[in-house]
Design a protein around this ligand. Structure first.
Ligand SMILES: [Zn+2]
Length: 411
């Protein structure tokens, strides 16, 4: 029989300290954030609850106090686990390697890629003459002229499940189903690596579904990627022999920009997210106004990635210098301007350092290129200029001159 005070002493040890001593990643300090289990590995199956001083290993179902944790990791009896927790010696880390092996990661990645491929394979053509209508109607709502060329990287589906989990440890479940636009993400070698999905709802002004977060009052992102996006791109037009490439963050931005001032032979790529386009920063810079509150309640300036790229980052989008002489990077200004600007300058610097001639084309302050296109379309549609076709390439120089970087812009 083990004396109660000894059991209590073992049980009262901090679950954080014990988990860290046993080899859990630092990320475990954030409640409910999944990390690899120090006992049985994986990627995000292990989490703790500091207030209750307990852990949960989702994979094995093991959970409980620090004693149970030592038992799970070292396969010890209750008594031996207590001895280890209350003994003089430091807790030994797990005998097994808790971090997922490269093999595990590759298997996990390949599974995600196959799920993505299945979604993509189930997509239907977007062209009206081949039965497509969802993407056509979506583009029409966004004032984007339906592309005159065939976009092989876009498909559509009448009903696609939106899987979501409230927090690490919960099961994924379907919280929405509806029509969606699919975009194929390809890696550096041109192979399929993931699928980008945009859930649609034509009763919404922007055509994107408003999917409520079941855990709170927020709205979830109507765009999600299955599979990988790292280093990937969506090729909206391959541009054959043009040697000029326009690169933006989203399908709508790139197609809107093309409609406003693209050239028919120019390549059009979507970089999926700005981090993928800009790559990692060599240093962080303080944001002029954004503040955050740290764990002990102090107000601090938020830091964002600076202008200089970290060229050792090879996970971001790479563009072979031989393929394109000229890059035009599309800068949308509808999100936080300072952060976006820093990322776009970093992207430009990165591409210039890797042998490109790159420039940034900024949408006017507070707008993205789709906003610009929509206002041009509505102007063209209203009398007395009602005779002209909306948008398209018939836009005059005056409209174009409105598209300039903001004052003080270094671009
Ligand atoms: Zn485990």
């Amino acid at each position: 029989m083990i004396p109660t005070d000894i059991v209590t002493r073992a049980r009262d040890r901090s679950i954080v300290d014990v988990a860290l001593a046993l080899g859990a990643a630092e990320g475990v300090k954030i409640d409910e954030r999944g990390v690899a289990c120090p006992g049985c590995g994986g990627t995000d199956r292990f989490s703790i609850d500091k207030a209750k001083n307990v852990f949960l290993c989702r994979h094995s179902g093991a959970g409980g106090d620090p004693i149970a944790l030592v038992q799970h990791v070292h396969g010890l009896s209750f008594g031996d686990a207590i001895e280890m927790l209350t003994g003089e010696k430091a807790l030994p880390a797990a005998a097994r390697q808790p971090a997922p092996s490269d093999d595990d990661k590759n298997i996990w990645r390949e599974k995600a890629r196959l799920r993505a491929w299945k979604i993509w394979r189930n997509g239907a053509p977007i062209e009206p003459e081949r039965g497509g209508h969802w993407v056509r109607d979506y583009f029409s709502l966004r004032a984007i002229p339906f592309p005159a060329w065939r976009i092989k990287a876009l498909r559509e589906v009448s009903s696609l499940a939106y899987w979501h989990r409230a927090k690490a440890g919960d099961d994924f479940r379907v919280i929405h189903s509806g029509p969606a636009m699919l975009a194929a993400i390809t890696g550096p070698d041109g192979h399929f690596i993931g699928v980008h999905r945009t859930w649609l709802d034509f009763s919404r002004p922007n055509g994107k579904a408003a999917i409520a977060d079941p855990a709170g009052d927020g709205i979830l992102d109507a765009k999600k990627v299955e599979g990988s996006q790292k280093g990937g791109k969506i090729v909206l037009r391959d541009g054959a022999d043009c040697h000029r490439l326009a690169l933006g963050e989203g399908n709508e931005t790139v197609l809107s920009w093309d409609s406003i001032r693209g050239a028919p032979d120019m390549a059009l790529w979507v970089g999926v997210n700005i981090g993928n386009i800009a790559g990692k920063a060599a240093e962080q810079i303080p944001h002029p106004s954004l503040m955050l509150t740290d764990r002990i309640g102090r107000q601090r300036r938020q830091k964002v990635g600076g202008h200089e790229p970290d060229l050792t980052d090879t996970d971001c989008l790479q563009i072979p210098a031989d393929d394109f002489e000229k890059l035009i990077l599309l800068g949308d200004s509808d999100s936080d301007r300072f952060t976006t600007q820093a990322a776009m300058l970093r992207a430009r610097n990165r591409f210039e350092l890797t042998g490109h001639d790159a420039e940034i084309d900024w949408a006017p302050d507070g707008q993205d290129f789709n906003d610009v296109l929509k206002s041009l379309a509505s102007r063209a549609a209203s009398p007395p200029a009602a005779a002209g076709a909306p948008a398209g390439r018939a836009i005059g120089r005056d409209a174009r001159s409105g598209l300039r970087p903001a004052a003080g812009e270094a671009a």
